[in-house]
Structure formats: C-alpha cells, structure tokens
Write a protein that binds this ligand. Structure first.
Ligand code: GDP
Ligand code: MG
Length: 436
C-alpha cells in the first residue's frame, strides 16, 4: 500500500513541478521533428515562436502534461499553416468543359496524377477527357494512353509537335464529345527552364483552366519549395498536388510550400497505382509531420476525462491550505481516469519519456478508497482529529489494518506539505499550465 501511495504522490507532485522543463523538452522535440520532416528552418522558427505565444494565453488543464498541451497547440498551428480546411477542386459547372491543367518538373508525377484525377472525377459522375500535351517524348503519350485505358477515360492525342495545337484541338474534341471536364497533361523538364515556363504560360492563357495544378515530388525536400516558388511566380497556379508521399518523405514540403506560395494543397499522391490519390487534409498532414503518433486525439481524450474545474478548485484549496481527504479522494479518482490513458502515452514517442513510467492502470486504489470511505465527514475534512480509537474503527470498517490507516494519514500529511510548497514555488511561472 505504501509503495502505491508513494507512486501516486509522486505523480501528483510531478504534475506541478516539471512543467517548465516539459515545455522545453516538448519544444525541442517538436523542433527536431519538424526539421527532420524537411520543414524550412524559418518556418520552424516562426512556428515555435507562435506556439510559445499561444501557449501563454491558453487555459490548460492542470492534470494534462504541458508537453501534451503544447503538442496539441503545435498540431493545430501546423494545420492552420497548411490551410486549415481541406480545399476541394473548384470546377466550373456552367462552363463546359471545365478545364484542369497540370504543370511541374519531369518525373514529378503529372501524368500519373492526371489519370488518377480522371478516374476520381469519373467516379463522381463526371465525363472527363484526358489530353496528351506532352509533345516532346513519344513515350509520354503512350504512358497516358495506357493509364487512360486503365481508368476507362479516353485520351486525346495527335501527331503534333506543338503543345498548344494539341491542347486547343483537345478542347474542341471535348466539346464535340460532350465531355464536361478536360484534363491537360503537359511536359516538364528536369530543371526549371524558360521554354517550359513559356509553354505552360501560353497554355494557361489559352485554356484559362479552372484549376491549374502544380505537381511536385515531396521527396525533393527543400528543392520542392524553390521549384514551387519558380512555378508560382510565373504561372500563378491555383493549387498544389504533392506526390510520392508513400515514400520516406514526412511531408514537411507541404508546410514549406504552402508557406512560400500561399496556395492550397489539394491532393496528395501516395503510390503508383491509379487509386493512390487522396484529398489533402491539413490536420492529418500535421500529425504526420510531427511524427509523434496520434497526439491530438490523445490530448482530446485527456480533456474529456479530466475535470478542469475540479483541478483548479483543488489548486486554490492547496494555496489556502484547505486541501483535505475529500479532495485527496477526488484526486485519486482523477488519477484513475488518467490510468486508462497510460497506454496512449506509451504510444507517443517523446512523450513517453516525459510521463512517469509507472503504470497507473496497475495502481490499486481500492484500499485507499476504502479507508477514506470509512471516515466520517468531519474526519475527512479535519484529519487531525483522527485519534487511535478512530483509526481502529476506520481500519475495521475498511477491512484494512491500523498500520495502513496510519500510513495513509502520514503520507497525506507529507503530500499536502509537498504540494503546498510546490504550489507556492511555481506561482506565476505556471501560467502555461493553469488558468492564468
Ligand atoms: P511526369 O513526368 O510528371 O508526368 O511524372 P509521371 O507521372 O510519369 O511519374 C514519374 C514516376 O513517378 C512514374 O514512375 C510514376 O509511376 C511515379 N509516381 C508518380 N506518382 C507517384 C506516387 O505518388 N508514389 C510513387 N511511389 N510513385 C509515383
Ligand atoms: Mg508526364
């Protein structure tokens, strides 16, 4: 019993003392995670500053570790930085056909994406036509034809070296064939060059696409950002398609690109197969970038199960020296709820190092609860009146031994002392973990 109590006390006390340290550790881990995920250093710096600012004003639940709260704030911030909401494809319904044009470097995944998008649009009831306007490599046309056949979408192509002619004839063919969406695949080069940009620009001006999508390989890391900027400066595209997110890339490019070009990321490509396409959800990407497991739902669960009000009340009582066995009992209940979260904590790398290792779930609070339940109301609020005969009665009533009752009272006294000094010590510095 004594060991168990000891563990519980340590945990209660720990909550109050290691907050500032936790914040530092959390921020360091987060910084590392972001840099490791290829997020631009300047973006990381700005984010960390923003998060510090936000954390300060935030009402944080006492019983949740500050690290967890901060991670949640970071995750929200990342989501916001990547545009917040999912931005769907905006295709005109009045103009027929609506036009989607793709642009990007060679090998970024344009042709594959064009076919994937065609499949997706067809599935949603549209009647798309693919146009092979990559006129420089014969293989590119064949590739689109093969993919088109796979997704059962027709591909328009002609023997022609002028991409503009192909595109304009494709547009006519779409009208003639009652296609309501035209998807124009274009050529890319291995590097940004003026000829490619000029061609893309001309195609844009002629086709006036509803969506000009910039396709970029997420594995390119920082280089992806430079490319995005160059394309956007010249083409002012409407949205981004991030490809090859099935690889090692952790998606930091998403954050950096969004930050630099301020255009929504609309799709993410996660493989070579025609079904490997997802809409881009900033919140999911935020979690992926943090690479820390399902932190958000963890913190949300913590918020659900811990009663913020009760905790703040308790803190006040501590300051006023009114903390009694009733409050202690309530605290145990809170700890028990936390026990069910222990498994969650363990799944989160980084956090599991900050949260005490002991398994709360295995802590047996029953004898403690039994002892406290066997006390009268007065005994609970004024433990000092519990003399020898009262102790005997309580032990008998709770099915424990007098030594156990003694131990609990002694530990309670020590804990109260310890918590009070901790409470005083942290005073203002605790803004981040309590209500101002
Ligand atoms: P384009 O030159 O921009 O048209 O690029 P392609 O569509 O031809 O793609 C280049 C290569 O990348 C092909 O081998 C594709 O199969 C591959 N690819 C495209 N998208 C993805 C993706 O999301 N994941 C993976 N692993 N490979 C992809
Ligand atoms: Mg291609």
């Amino acid at each position: 019993l004594s060991d168990k109590l000891d563990g519980a006390f340590k945990k209660l006390a720990g909550q109050a003392t290691i907050n500032e340290i936790n914040i530092g550790i959390a921020m360091r881990d987060i910084k590392r995670a972001l840099l490791g995920a290829d997020v631009n250093y300047k973006v990381v710096k700005k984010l960390v500053e923003d998060v510090r600012q936000k954390s300060l004003g935030e009402g944080v639940i006492k019983s949740v570790s500050p690290a967890q709260m901060i991670v949640k704030i970071v995750s929200d911030e990342l989501t916001e930085l990547m545009g917040g909401e999912q931005k769907p494809l905006a295709l005109s319904s009045s103009r027929l056909p609506a036009v989607v044009m793709v642009a990007g470097l060679q090998g970024s995944g344009k042709t594959t994406f064009a076919a994937k998008l065609a499949k997706r649009l067809k599935k949603s009831g549209r009647n798309p036509l693919l146009v092979a306007a990559d006129v420089y490599r014969p293989a590119a046309v064949d590739q689109l034809k093969t993919l088109g056949a796979e997704v059962s979408v027709p591909v328009f192509s002609i023997e022609e070296k002028d991409a503009m002619k192909v595109a304009m004839q494709g547009l006519e063919a779409a009208k003639a064939g009652a296609h309501d969406v035209l998807i124009v695949d274009t050529a890319g080069r291995l590097q940004i060059d003026d000829a490619m940009m000029a061609e893309a620009e001309a195609l844009k001006n002629a086709l006036k696409p509803d969506e000009l999508l910039f396709v970029v390989d997420s594995m390119m890391g920082q280089e992806a950002v430079n490319t995005a900027k160059a394309f956007n400066d010249r083409l002012d595209f409407d949205g981004v398609v991030l490809t090859k997110l099935d690889g090692d890339s952790r998606g930091g490019a998403a954050l950096s690109i969004r930050h630099v070009v301020e255009k929504p990321i609309k799709f993410m490509s996660v493989g070579e197969k025609v079904d490997d396409l997802d809409q881009f959800y900033p919140d999911r990407m935020a979690q992926r970038i943090l690479g820390m497991g399902d932190i958000v739902s963890f913190v949300e669960k913590a918020q659900e199960s811990l009663d913020m009000e009760a905790t703040l009340q308790m803190q006040k009582k501590l300051m006023k020296n009114e903390f009694d066995l009733n409050d202690f009992f309530d605290q145990l209940q809170q700890l028990k709820k936390m026990g069910s979260m222990q498994s969650l904590i363990e799944m989160v790398p980084g956090l599991n190092k900050m949260v005490p290792k002991q398994d709360l779930e295995n802590l047996d609070f029953k004898p403690i609860e039994a002892i406290i339940s066997s006390m009268t109301k007065e005994e609970k609020s004024r433990p000092e009146i519990i003399n020898g005969s009262r102790r005997q009665r309580i032990a008998l009533g709770s099915g424990t031994r007098v030594q156990d009752v003694n131990m609990l009272l002694k530990q309670f006294g020590e804990m109260k002392k310890m918590m009070r000094s901790v409470s005083k010590l942290s005073g203002n510095g605790r803004k981040i973990t309590s209500q101002n």
